[in-house]
Design a protein around this ligand. Structure first.
Ligand code: BTN
Length: 229
């Protein structure tokens, strides 16, 4: 597949930007291209036929949504940094989202954006899917229901990428925590090996949740529980 440069919207001069009308998954494509192209680069598509979510789930990706993957150097807080970049972009529309660890961006309790970070050697592929015109699932919400004017997906992508590169790594954790509703919540966390129930005390400098028991969890699926659950 030939990747076309999309010069007109390049938010960061050193960043290569490729646009496709359609692809299977921008993350899959970015993983194939990583190492062959200079990083950093972005691949974005108008729709995906096999969009991927976390934990082998699929990400429904019809036209009207924003789907892109950023390939950049790997770092501990890469995926939290991407969440903060999305939060800051939404803030520009007077939207104050909530972050559910590790990477769900919610508005009014419904998911507006998901982030899937994958690793290829020393590159991180950060895939971002944002509901712009449609909310594909019942528990999801789209930007179009929150903002009156029609928002260009190109502009949104550009703003998220710009926010990402403008963020100082040293500020990421503090801003992330400010928006993260998982801290202080009683949760059920499913990891590959166990299920843990308890209250989340903090998020550490590696992006792990720290339970009240002191246990640190690097990756898992979190359900926020009600007090009586
Ligand atoms: C999740 O919440 O489960 C993560 C969803 C990530 C979806 C994005 S859309 C762009 C990129 N390409 C993919 O196939 N997935 C990510």
């Amino acid at each position: 597949m030939r990747l076309r440069h999309s010069y007109e919207v390049n938010p960061i001069p050193k960043l290569a930007l490729y646009h496709l009308d359609e692809t299977t998954s921008t993350n899959e494509l970015a993983k194939r291209v990583a190492g062959k192209k200079d990083k950093d680069f972005v691949i974005w598509a108008d729709k995906q036929t096999e969009g991927k979510g976390r934990k082998e789930r699929s990400w429904i990706s019809p036209e009207g949504g924003l789907y892109f993957s950023l390939c950049t150097s790997l770092s501990d807080l890469l995926s939290l940094k991407a969440s903060v970049a999305v939060v800051r972009t939404l803030n520009r529309f007077d939207i104050k989202p909530e972050l559910k660890w590790p990477n769900d961006v919610l508005v009014k309790g419904k998911k507006i954006c998901g982030i899937l970070t994958e690793i290829v050697d020393d590159d991180g592929i950060v895939g971002i899917g944002l509901n712009v015109e449609k909310a594909p699932l019942e528990d999801s919400i789209s930007l179009s229901t929150l903002v009156e004017e029609k928002i260009s997906r190109k502009i949104l992508m550009k703003e998220i990428v710009r926010e990402f590169y403008e963020l100082e790594d040293s500020d990421v954790l503090e801003i992330y925590k400010e928006y993260c509703s998982t801290i202080g919540s009683r949760v059920k966390v499913k990891t590959v090996s166990e299920e843990i129930v308890g209250k989340v005390k903090d998020i550490d400098d590696k992006g792990r949740i720290v339970m009240e028991s002191g246990k640190k969890i690097t990756t898992g699926d979190v359900v926020h529980l009600r007090k009586d659950d």
